[in-house]
Design a protein around this ligand. Structure first.
Ligand SMILES: Cc1cc2nc3c(=O)[nH]c(=O)nc-3n(C[C@H](O)[C@H](O)[C@H](O)COP(=O)(O)O)c2cc1C
Length: 333
């Protein structure tokens, strides 16, 4: 596998194996659509010539937002607003996916709580371990949990209508689906908490709802594989548990699993290579695996592919600092 090799995901041919991973721009309008600043950001990202572009996390519901300026796909009125963005990515020759998220208790702006009807919910009434502890979420009711698959499914349909080639479900970095996966934030005693099968249940129900509708669209999941970085003392969700989750996702028809961290966040000092290798081994040839984190040279990206850490390599912060230099990784001089 070479970084410059094309790769097919479902019916979509990516010109190379470089992925522009999602980077939230905080540039959305009050409605949750893109602004001029969003278009400028995406234009810069496209200069990387990445084969797959995963657009930043879009909230599936206003109370799944983490900040006011977050992009949203919560209503049908969003479709025409997002269409030009998806079109711009396709016209540049890249395959666009849109990331769907519910933030749960991981809100970035405490004053969201002042909005009428905003609900700060989580699997359990446990303050988010990566936050300052001042926000204590309300435990989700079984009825609220049962609404999640349809919220994600409706957002998926809107993304499809807007021209995205598929979606990536955000199940990492300690947002709601990751909060369910982790025993640190999920203390439930019903069928959505306790053993791994129960903690993964809501993610699998969401993915099942999307798989039923996916048709020709790409279905991807970004999985927070552990609550601790490679080499650190284990706590919470473990990579071994996530191998089981990854196999279940592949069995449901997920086309691409992105590997990242869960409650520990995405910034592993040495990247997530050991975890990604485990996930590759767990899913075999049943789905593709992408790994993002601390990839700063074409040589490192190529080594990851050659040593079967992953099938695709993601970059994020280099998209903000010097995106056009990434084109040199994938386009011959
Ligand atoms: C400003 C910024 C915004 C981010 N927004 C998202 C996001 O919307 N969704 C997501 O899954 N990850 C997000 N991430 C995490 C990145 O996709 C990536 O996992 C992380 O930056 C590590 O990769 P890197 O070393 O290539 O930057 C964001 C990172 C940064 C720096």
């Amino acid at each position: 596998m070479r970084l410059t090799d094309p790769v097919c995901i479902k019916g979509f041919k990516l010109p190379n194996r470089l992925v522009a991973s999602p980077v939230a721009s905080a540039t959305a309008s009050v409605e949750g659509g893109p602004t001029e600043a969003t278009f400028r950001r995406v234009e810069a990202i496209l200069s990387s010539r990445a084969g797959l572009v995963v657009m930043e996390h879009h909230a599936v519901h206003p109370w799944g937002r983490v900040r006011r300026s977050q992009m949203m796909l919560h209503s049908d009125q969003m479709v025409p607003l997002h269409r030009p963005l998806a079109e711009m990515i396709r016209e540049a020759g890249s395959v666009p996916l849109v990331q769907l998220n519910h933030g749960g208790s991981a809100i970035a702006e405490a004053d969201l709580m002042d909005l009428p009807d905003f609900r700060c919910v989580a699997p359990s009434a446990v303050p988010h371990p990566a936050k300052d502890g001042r926000v204590v979420p309300r435990e989700m009711t079984p009825e609220e949990i049962s609404e999640l698959p349809s919220l994600f499914a409706a957002a998926f349909e809107r993304g499809h209508q807007a021209g995205y080639c598929g979606v990536q479900v955000h199940a990492c970095h300690g947002y709601l689906l990751g909060q369910f996966l982790s025993p640190i934030t999920n203390r439930r005693t019903d069928r959505y908490g306790g053993d791994l099968r129960n903690r993964a249940r809501v993610l699998l129900e969401v993915v099942e709802a999307l798989a039923e509708r996916a048709g020709d669209s790409i279905l991807a999941v970004r999985l927070g594989v552990a609550d601790f970085f490679p080499g650190d003392d284990p706590r919470g969700l473990t990579p071994e548990e996530s191998c089981w989750v990854a196999r279940e996702l592949a069995a449901l028809g997920v086309d691409l699993i992105g590997v990242s961290g869960n409650l520990c966040g995405p910034d592993a000092p040495q990247g997530f290579d050991p975890y990604s290798k485990l996930i590759m081994e767990a899913v075999g040839d049943r789905c593709l695996v992408e790994c993002t984190g601390m990839v700063r040279s074409a040589e490192r990206a190529q080594t990851m592919l050659s040593s079967r850490v992953c099938h695709l390599v993601g970059v994020a912060r280099p998209l903000l600092s010097d995106p056009s230099s990434l084109a040199g990784w994938v386009v011959g001089s």
